[in-house]
Design a binder for this molecule. Structure first.
Ligand SMILES: *[C@@H]1O[C@H](CO)[C@@H](O)[C@H](O)[C@H]1NC(C)=O
Ligand SMILES: *[C@@H]1O[C@H](CO)[C@@H](O)[C@H](O)[C@H]1NC(C)=O
Length: 439
């Protein structure tokens, strides 16, 4: 769920007990914060509108074409590299960089590899490199040089890498500003046991190769979100990653589990998002795309979910969608307890070439779930399944074939079928790449 940006009266009251003399200062901060975030919201709204693709099926088709092309050469010849033995990359995003021994000298190549709705995302491409050398997060108002937080709040583009393996326990939510890449390739980096990652009213962010788990709500307070702004924030929810009013965000090769709220929330008119090659386990509410049945600005939302593995210990919402357009393609759903893909408020869901393995529970074989709605209404929602592989009794209830408002079946290029999914998702989650070797 999205969180209020501004101080709540309850918090103000508590705060006043702790520090009566601070009240004046705090009120001034709050007014200033309000102006600051209103400006940020307005700027983001323009960016988000520009990132919106008026022809979403062109985007879904480009992705499917790229996968088809990879397999188009006979005998898998195209899956091998000519020199230096086999290339293990099994989908077009990975093939773009993983087969190169020099990937670590050419990290920014990654910015060319994204597919799906976030295809224009370049993250910190235009910026310098910044190396995280310090796993601590003691000062969220004036973060120390060398910490992840220092890099995340810089106003300029930045490509953030890590000097070594580390566990970062965030003491407050990490506010990631525009034009950043967080690239943990070559190290095992865990963001764990503390606060979440937040991309709020920002654009052009890549989050790559992290482990994110056991994230908790954190208390809030004064947090710096940019070199020129430090403001009051209420308690964060304990999502893994919260994308709030933002666009062009690409999450790739991330392993996520066991967070207090959602693993990934995409809310408040966010769009041009791709979540790919990731591995999700041990969690109830996995992904929420759109937090409110009354927030119709979420119609702008366009999200690609591709080549992910939804694994052990997951319960529901993979994803749970509202309003927007969602391409769920070539994912491996090996575990769920309640349902896999669901939503409300007329979301368009194009499910292509996934593998859905239903759980043993006879009441949970249905992949789909429509919330708060009667069939007379949802029969018009465009929820299409094409080339999905159904196993163990799984079934997808389609609807809305005739609704061509945002989608027409004849526009669609077929994906690689669900039978290819184990191959396409074989390396999902955070990778263990050695510098100087193919990854
Ligand atoms: C097929 O493989 C050859 C040799 O690896 C390559 O040059 C060619 O581009 C591939 N074709 C397609 C359609 O990918
Ligand atoms: C079986 O699935 C139904 C529907 O999601 C759920 O309500 C019920 O708790 C599940 N039973 C078990 C034993 O998990």
């Amino acid at each position: 769920m999205g969180k209020p940006t501004f101080i709540k009266p309850g918090n103000l009251f508590l705060f006043s007990i702790i520090c009566i003399s601070c009240i004046g200062v705090l009120e001034a901060y709050t007014r200033e914060d309000e102006e600051y975030w209103t400006t940020r919201a307005m700027q983001a709204e323009t960016m988000n509108a520009n990132a919106y693709d008026p022809n979403p099926s062109a985007s879904t088709n480009r992705l499917n074409k790229a996968v088809n092309k990879m397999f188009s050469n006979t005998t898998g010849r195209n899956l091998r590299q000519r020199h230096n033995g086999p290339c293990l990359a099994t989908n077009p995003i990975d093939r773009c960089w993983r087969c190169r021994k020099d990937w670590a000298n050419d990290r920014k190549r990654l910015a060319r590899c994204v597919k799906g709705f976030a295809h224009a995302t370049t993250g910190g491409l235009k910026g310098k490199f910044y190396v995280v050398t310090d796993a601590s997060d003691h000062d969220v108002q004036n973060p120390k040089y060398g910490t992840l937080r220092w890099g995340a709040i810089q106003p300029k583009p930045l490509w953030i890498v890590f000097a070594r393996d580390m566990i970062i326990t965030l003491s407050q939510e990490l506010m990631i500003s525009s034009d950043k890449t967080i690239d943990a390739r070559g190290a095992q980096v865990h963001i764990a046991h503390g606060a979440q990652l937040t991309v709020q009213f920002a654009h052009n962010v890549i989050i790559h190769n992290l482990h994110i788990h056991d994230i908790k709500p954190s208390g809030g307070g004064m947090i710096r979100d940019s070199t020129n702004h430090c403001g009051f924030r209420t308690q964060s929810d304990g999502d893994g990653i919260s994308i709030f009013g933002s666009s062009n965000v690409w999450i790739d090769h991330v392993s996520m589990s066991n967070c207090a709220d959602g693993l990934i929330d995409v809310v408040q008119g966010s769009t041009a998002i791709t979540i790919s090659n990731s591995h999700f386990t041990r969690h109830n509410d996995v992904m929420l795309f759109g937090a409110s049945d009354s927030y119709s600005n979420d119609q702008i939302m366009q999200v690609t979910v591709a080549f992910n593995h939804f694994g052990r210990g997951l319960v529901q919402r993979m994803p749970r969608c509202r309003w927007g357009f969602f391409h769920v393609v070539n994912n491996d759903y090996t575990h769920w307890l309640m349902y896999a893909v669901g939503g409300s408020k007329n979301p368009t869901i194009i499910s292509q070439g996934n593998r859905y393995i239903a759980p043993p529970n006879l009441s949970a074989k249905e992949v789909t779930k429509r919330e708060y709605c009667e069939e007379g209404v949802w029969k018009n929602w465009v929820w299409q399944s094409q080339g999905d592989l159904m196993q163990n009794g799984a079934f997808f209830i389609q609807s809305g074939g005739r609704n061509t408002r945002r989608f027409s079946k004849t526009d669609l290029i077929k994906s690689k079928p669900g039978t290819f999914v184990t191959r396409l998702t074989r390396f999902s989650g955070s990778l263990n790449c050695d510098i100087g070797k193919k990854c």
